[in-house]
Design a protein around this ligand. Structure first.
Ligand SMILES: [Zn+2]
Ligand SMILES: [Zn+2]
Ligand SMILES: [Zn+2]
Length: 335
């Protein structure tokens, strides 16, 4: 064999390897991502009872890994440089070695929308972002959220990913086609199970909240109608807790007719939200104290603008403390 022949052969072998690697790049991440998905489902839908804290942790970790791998697989299909944190500095040799700084998950979502023209909605992007937060909370801080919230979050992202694989990744998979098809069928069944579990749990939550609907409002943290008012307002869905005034401020800024609070005549604190709505009826326009849960709809603000609410039948519309004040001052003046 001549030197030239050797060179040609080496060249051809190199080309083959590159071609093989390129085809691998197309399906290996997908298979990898589906493997993570499968594991996430395993942890979420335990047939023998509820998933424990450890199951939830691994469900979220693996789901997050699946999101990352699958979104990036679609980006790589568009162009390999798009997974670099800075595509302008992308080098093919670095990509082949796998030694580069990759873009973030949300960065991948934005590039898929802006460059590949996919339509990942705001809600889906938010769900992916929430999942990333939960993942970080789990790995770095030790998690405090509820089983309900994590499961609902996970079910939403799972749903998104199955559609994403179906629409964006499956059609162009050649050699992996049969594998992906079978795996997808199994995953869809599991999604059904997880959704059923989530539904079952939210029904249980509904039972728990039923007697409290008169003073349960929408939670600004998780958007569920599960924030029960009282001395320590607590969301039964995401388990966030706060102090009545803080909850009232947060709620008023997000949902109420005005972000100005009023003083509750019975508690004496700035805890009445004007124009709130409670789970019972869900109609807005209710004025309610976030601490003692007294309703003040139709009550009016004190005419001396102290912030206190006054019974509208009262004449003049001046609250008792202001009345006492005026009387004292009048008494001083006439002395
Ligand atoms: Zn909540
Ligand atoms: Zn009150
Ligand atoms: Zn007053």
């Amino acid at each position: 064999m001549t030197e030239q022949n050797n060179c040609d052969e080496r060249e051809a072998e190199h080309r083959r390897r590159v071609v093989r690697r390129r085809r691998d790049m197309d399906f290996t991440p997908v298979r990898n991502g589906m493997d993570f998905l499968h594991s996430a489902f395993e942890h979420l839908s335990k047939r023998d009872g509820e998933p424990g804290a450890r199951d939830l942790k691994y469900a979220v970790l693996h789901l997050q890994a699946a999101v990352e791998v699958l979104l990036k697989a679609r980006l790589i299909r568009e162009h390999w440089s798009l997974v670099f944190s800075d595509p302008g500095k992308a080098k093919r040799t670095d990509y082949d070695k796998g030694s580069f700084q990759s873009c973030t998950v949300l960065g991948a979502v934005d590039r898929l929308n802006n460059i590949v023209s996919l339509q990942i909605s705001k809600e889906q992007r938010q769900a992916i972002s929430n999942l990333a937060d939960t993942r970080n909370a789990l790995t770095h801080l030790g998690h405090t959220g509820s089983v309900y919230a994590v499961e609902t979050q996970a079910a939403y992202v799972l749903d998104f990913l199955l559609t994403f694989i179906h629409k964006e990744l499956q059609p162009k998979l050649t050699s992996e086609g049969p594998y992906v098809k079978t795996a997808m069928e199994a995953l869809r069944n599991r999604l059904g199970e997880v959704k059923a579990l989530v539904k079952q749990r939210s029904q249980r939550l509904e039972g728990e909240l039923k007697p409290l609907v008169g003073h349960t409002v929408q939670c600004p943290d998780c958007q569920q109608w599960a924030l029960v008012l009282g001395d320590e307002p607590a969301c039964h869905f995401c388990l966030s807790r706060s102090e009545p005034h803080v909850a009232a401020v947060w709620y008023a800024e997000n949902y109420a007719a005005t972000d100005v609070l009023s003083i509750c005549p019975s508690c004496g604190e700035y805890t009445v939200v004007i124009g709130a709505s409670v789970a019972q009826g869900k109609t807005a326009g209710l004025d309610i104290c976030f601490r003692c849960t007294t309703e003040y709809t139709d009550w009016r603000g004190c005419e001396l603008e102290c912030g206190m609410l006054v019974d509208p039948r009262k004449e003049p519309l001046i609250c008792d403390p202001c009345m006492t004040d005026v009387a004292e001052r009048f008494g001083e003046g006439s002395r």
